[in-house]
Design a binder for this molecule. Sequence first.
Ligand SMILES: Cc1ncc(COP(=O)(O)O)c(C=O)c1O
Length: 432
Amino acid sequence: MSRRPFPLGYVRDDLADFTGYSSARTSAPAGAVAPAAAASGEQGVPVEQGAPVDLAWLNANEAATPNRADAGASVRRYPDPQPAALRGRLAGLWGVATDELLVTRGSDEGIDLLVRACCAPGGATRGDASGPAAGAARGGVVVAPPTFGMYAVTARLHGAAVHAVPQLVEPAEGPGGGERWRVDVDAVLRTARQQQADLVLLPSPGNPTGQGVPVEDLVRLAEGLRRDEAPALLVVDEAYADFTDAPSAATLLATHENVVVLRTLSKAHGLAGARIGAVLARAELVALLGRVQAPYPLAVPAVQLALAATEPAALEDTADRVRRTLAERDRVTTALRDLAGRPGSGIEAVLVAEANFVTLRCTDPGSVLDALEEQGVVARALATHPGLADGVRVTLGTPEQDDRVLRALGAHPPAHRPPTGRPTRTTPEETP
Ligand SMILES: Cc1ncc(COP(=O)(O)O)c(C=O)c1O
């Protein structure tokens, strides 16, 4: 392992002493609580010893009075870059210490921060493993298609090389068949080593496969990537983790310094429009990513919504929403499996589903999408996903919407039963 203190060796050398932008909030006078974070709101509360002083906060070029649209005068000021209340709430929810969590604008921003902090910009221009300068490419990201498209998009925008190591697919064991995808751990490690990759990005459960990476594979990857020369971070994107019982990769943070986990409120918590996610990592890496982040990333209304959405009663609702989704997942999967392979059904396989969607392999995906559209259902074609180009991904909806999906595909919708009390990992007490 590199002798340099963590996270050096994993991040760009030129960022070693990077302090980031010093904003009006981060450079407030010692002991003063900046107005955006102050309980009393407008003026801020000086907390220095001695008599309170009424501070006039004139250091951020904000408007002197609120906009008439801002009835509560909550957005006249720039926001707190990392509101302590939300950071603490999400850290409790996802089982890490507060300084091991950075709140981000969805997991998309987490991916962006990691790519910018770890990959040398323009690295891709030095050649590509398959291009004329084969073997010259150094650094970049390793992805395992079929996978979430934003990893490659983010890397390409940054000029970093993208090394694709296809997943392996095999028939699923157990009743109902289907198919199971597996990350090719040996091939990922080999590619990461050869290309001196900076990041390995894996969703678990995956999108569009809907299937998780077993924890023993994550451990092998993390250990293989933490080597003496050219170490790499293993980024486990857990956008859909609320829909599985598998332990979070955050449990590996204590033993594996190069593990990074992404979480989000966009899926199970029903807050996709608020854009709230988080990077969970060792505190030193979190601090560095915070310096790479934009000065005021989190809008005040989004923070308020996220706090309200993680109150105990709202977490109960979320656990219930997850239970309902899982009941629908069982119901839809069973009905479609009955159909799969029958002559004329157009459905060849229904993948093992561990997220909030089902993925179908179809004889003719276009006609399946047309049939769904005739019932007013908009699903997602997977034509651009190598290995799953004949796939169609359908998000689980309400029982009524799912019945429309089943009828469109020629299945007889089984009776909908209210969900049983199946446990989920959504509430803090249940989070490992
Ligand atoms: C695997 C995966 N990661 C991340 C995201 C983006 O999530 P967020 O809304 O938190 O940016 C998605 C969105 O569909 C996803 O499928």
